[in-house]
Design a protein around this ligand. Structure first.
Ligand SMILES: [Zn+2]
Length: 138
């Protein structure tokens, strides 16, 4: 008699925090969202960069922001780009305009729609936390 067992999906790819993004990832692990803010022009930006993308100033500081916003665009993934996600299709990836003034990307749950209001969902993985979003109203 042969017993077949389903192979566990491979581990998902993990982010590698660098000097610029480490505070962002550390805050996500605490279920908080931090964004870099330019010390010169006070503009927020994402993703974290070595210098302000608006004015080029090399110094920024971090500020906690609410990760609420609205859907700018979305796609439904029917064919996983990575085998680690093959058992999760279909799923939705959205670009989200945060009320804090930056655009980011994340998995979206709920009924997707352009302009739908979203709130954050923090998904803890082995060693890191992912920022996802949930539709709260369309
Ligand atoms: Zn600036």
């Amino acid at each position: 008699m042969t017993i077949e067992t389903a192979a566990a999906p491979p581990a998902p790819p993990t982010p590698t925090p660098d000097e610029d993004s480490a505070p962002y990832w550390a805050a996500l692990a605490e279920h908080r969202v931090l964004l870099p803010i330019c010390d010169s022009c006070s503009a927020r930006h994402f993703p974290p960069t070595p210098a302000c993308p608006h004015c080029g100033h090399p110094h920024t500081h971090w500020e906690e922001v609410p990760a609420t916003g609205s859907v700018y665009s979305f796609i439904t993934v029917h064919r996983a780009f990575d085998p680690a996600f093959a058992d999760q299709v279909p799923y939705v990836i959205a670009t989200v305009d945060l009320q804090a003034g930056v655009r980011t990307v994340g998995r979206l749950s709920g009924t997707p729609a352009i302009g739908a209001r979203v709130s954050p969902e923090f998904t803890d993985h082995d060693g890191w936390t992912e920022l996802r979003f949930r539709v709260v109203e369309s």
